[in-house]
Design a binder for this molecule. Structure first.
Ligand SMILES: [Zn+2]
Length: 371
């Protein structure tokens, strides 16, 4: 293993020997442009001390602290094709959580999302930065490219999310709000949310999600809500004490999670898929997907609006159970569920709108400006 890991350092050094790399600091850029690194001596290699091993989930990776060029995760797995554009690899825990997140986004919001960019080796980024620097000069290259070793993608716990056409998430919409709330429940956070450029030195990246583990992600989200602002991974990790970091790391690595945590907020009552033929629920701390057999459809049990099961279709042929076209609001008033053409629909309220009764009614709900 060791002789193999050393090899990228040699290759990178030779490649960059051709290029003068200096004076590249301080410009605002996207962390996502494949980049190269630069040591004090001006070469693109740094296998020695001072650079970090990235195996800890909470390893800080930013403009001040970077990963060793020979660090690569040992537990990378290939994502299922159903959630990836091209071949994408993540560390096992991050891959499992990402599949849960993208499934949830699909079933709960109807959002069809994919991982468009995931693990990137130091060598890949370094080589690409070298080509940019050779073409445009180092200063210019640094306006659109991060340095290798400084990218969270080398951790193997980051995905850039995109739609089916490969377009990165634009942010500033209902999906953005949904992910800000839901992703942390499954262990992911947005590393460079709006309003954090001054701290991170990178532009806002509403597509770039990093797995920190559920406990750490939930803690970051709690801080956001308490402080009324978005928080970068850079700032969150910087502010943790060594003791806090160690405790959260243990949780994220799998020690100490309670079984209920593994369902990411999904209850035993579960939810129906958009196709009306599948049910997802939490059993013994694990998410279970169930295909309804025969003629059965997923719908609420008699007398309930949120306790789902695979049941014979109702006499009227629909699958709305007792839910009417007037619908009902989610507890946090961010979503509206109603019956349309015999099927349950759930929509997320956009922008400033919240789910509430229409003017003059108490039971006819819609997404409306807050009153
Ligand atoms: Zn990214």
């Amino acid at each position: 293993m060791h002789h193999h890991r050393r090899e990228p350092c040699q290759r990178i050094l030779v490649l960059l020997g051709l290029i003068a790399v200096s004076g590249c600091d301080g410009l605002l850029q996207s962390s996502d442009s494949p980049g190269g690194a630069r040591s004090a001596s001006g070469s693109c290699t740094q296998c020695s001390s001072g650079w970090l091993d990235g195996s800890a989930l909470l390893t800080p990776v930013n403009r001040e602290q970077g990963l060793r060029s020979d660090y690569e995760p040992t537990d990378l797995v290939t994502l299922p094709a159903s959630v990836a554009l091209g071949s994408q690899r993540l560390r096992k825990a991050a891959a499992d959580a990402l599949v849960s997140l993208l499934k949830a986004a699909y079933h709960e919001l109807g959002a069809d999302l994919y991982c468009a960019s995931s693990y990137r080796s130091f060598a890949t980024q370094c080589t690409l930065f070298a080509s940019y620097a050779a073409r445009d000069g180092c200063d210019e290259a640094n306006t659109y490219s991060a340095q290798a070793g400084r990218s969270e993608h080398q951790l193997g716990t980051v995905c850039d999310l995109a739609d089916a056409t490969g377009e990165f998430l634009p942010g500033e919409n209902a999906l953005d709000e949904y992910l800000a709330r839901r992703a942390p429940e499954l262990g992911f956070v947005m590393s460079y949310p709006p309003g954090t450029s001054d701290v991170t030195g990178y532009i806002s990246e509403p597509w770039h999600f990093r797995y920190l583990g559920r406990k750490a992600a939930a803690q970051l989200r709690e801080r956001e809500l308490a402080e009324g602002r978005r928080l970068s991974t850079h700032e969150f990790l910087r502010d943790l004490s060594e003791e806090e970091r160690a405790a959260l790391e243990e949780e994220g690595a799998g020690g100490g999670t309670t079984p209920a945590d593994d369902c990411g907020g999904v209850s035993l009552k579960g939810y129906c898929w958009a196709d009306g033929k599948h049910l997802t629920y939490c059993k013994n701390g694990k998410l279970v997907d169930l295909a309804c057999s025969g003629e059965n459809v997923c719908r609420p049990r008699q007398g309930s609006v949120d306790d789902f099961d695979c049941l014979p279709p109702p006499a009227d042929g629909g699958s709305c159970g007792p839910v009417t076209a007037k619908g009902f609001c989610s507890a946090d008033r961010s979503h509206l569920t109603f019956c349309k053409e015999g099927a349950l629909k759930t929509i997320a309220c956009s922008g400033e709108n919240v789910c509430q009764p229409r003017e003059g009614t108490t039971d006819d709900f819609d997404c409306l400006p807050a009153r």
